[in-house]
Design a protein around this ligand. Structure first.
Ligand SMILES: Cc1cc2nc3c(=O)[nH]c(=O)nc-3n(C[C@H](O)[C@H](O)[C@H](O)COP(=O)(O)OP(=O)(O)OC[C@H]3O[C@@H](n4cnc5c(N)ncnc54)[C@H](O)[C@@H]3O)c2cc1C
Length: 296
């Protein structure tokens, strides 16, 4: 199918985007990588009157590491491919690189953007999942100003967010990893490049004796949105063995109620989530200990 007719604007500045978003409201859609929006247009599941193309806006591209705040700011237009290659990602947020590796295929990674993936709010998408585990915040702009919110407050359910029609995500802020911290993402998809049936991400910090003192875990594909798992985090306090990790991961059993669908039963997704979480914690823990030993 072909999209319904629309008016196309190639914006020259973020300010122009914000003005048009305010003027056109719900009749407008921002076009970033187009990897989710274009299929929706082609299937006529979305029929906006106006498309505002933000590609090429310098204010939404690039990355910047701030040593004072120990924060990496990543432009919303950063392509998945750049997450795989950029040295600042490698140094300060390597979990984003690992997540991007799981996304679709080369063409999708070449066009798709970090901001687009988050705004689209697919519950199985990898980037929202790892930004939650990393404790990231979103920078949101409208004509009335700029504000930041923790990403876990952004999602409202399947493909739904708190973003208002006149708002634009311009950047994502990722706190740097503390000393002695490890990270991991695990997922199960039937074929590489498919959306995962379930996924898990863990970021853990260990003390000098190799005991977990802090954890941030998240799961994807098993709820209407990627979610943080505070019960798992709490259960990991003092953990240091695979048995401890498996026990912490089992907290998920009571936390999630994945529905049955054509891809998998809810029960199978729940099983996957627990196993994947246990594995993610194990890998994150091993990396945290290796980092600690390398620093000793
Ligand atoms: C075949 C295929 C396989 C895929 N597999 C995966 C996968 O395995 N894992 C995965 O995570 N993703 C997958 N994707 C989706 C891909 O990651 C998309 O790039 C991503 O979901 C959307 O990013 P985009 O930049 O293309 O956004 P677009 O398609 O341009 O936009 C998506 C939505 O977000 C809005 N939007 C975009 N940018 C902003 C912004 N800065 N501020 C506010 N709103 C904005 C748009 O208006 C639109 O509503 C796949 C896509 C395809 C086509």
């Amino acid at each position: 199918m072909k999209p319904a007719p629309f008016n196309y604007l190639r914006a020259a500045t973020v300010d122009e985007v914000l003005q048009k978003l305010q003027e056109w409201g719900e009749e407008a859609k921002v076009l970033a990588g187009g990897q989710s929006l274009m299929p929706l247009l082609n299937m006529r599941l979305a029929q906006p009157r106006y498309i505002i193309d933000v590609n090429g806006l310098a204010e939404m591209t690039g990355m910047n590491w701030c040593p004072e705040t120990q924060t990496l700011t990543v432009g919303a237009l950063t392509r998945h491919r750049e997450l795989l290659q950029h040295p600042l990602i490698e140094t300060h947020a390597p979990l984003l690189r690992e997540a991007a590796h799981f996304i679709g295929h080369l063409a999708i990674r070449s066009r798709g953007t970090l901001g687009g993936s988050i705004a689209h709010a697919d519950p199985a998408a990898e980037l929202p999942l790892v930004v939650i585990a990393l404790g990231g915040t979103l920078v949101i702009q409208s004509l009335t100003g700029e504000h930041s919110i923790p990403i876990e407050e952004f999602f409202l359910g399947y493909y739904m967010t708190i973003l208002k029609p006149d708002e634009l995500i311009t950047a994502v802020k990722i706190p740097g990893l503390a000393n002695n911290t490890g990270y991991a993402i695990t997922e199960f998809a039937r074929r590489h490049g498919d959306f995962a049936l379930a996924s898990a991400a863990a970021v853990v910090t260990v003390d000098e004796r190799g005991t977990i003192i802090k954890a941030r875990c998240a799961v994807g594909g098993v709820a209407p949105q990627a979610i943080r798992c505070p019960a798992v985090d709490v259960s990991l306090s003092g953990a240091r063995s695979p048995g401890d990790f498996a026990q912490a991961a089992r907290q998920l059993e009571n936390m999630i109620e994945p529905p049955d669908d054509v891809q998998a039963s809810g029960e199978y997704r729940r099983y996957l989530a627990v196993e994947l979480m246990s594995q993610a914690i194990g890998v994150a823990y091993a990396r945290a200990v290796a980092t600690k030993e390398a620093r000793a």
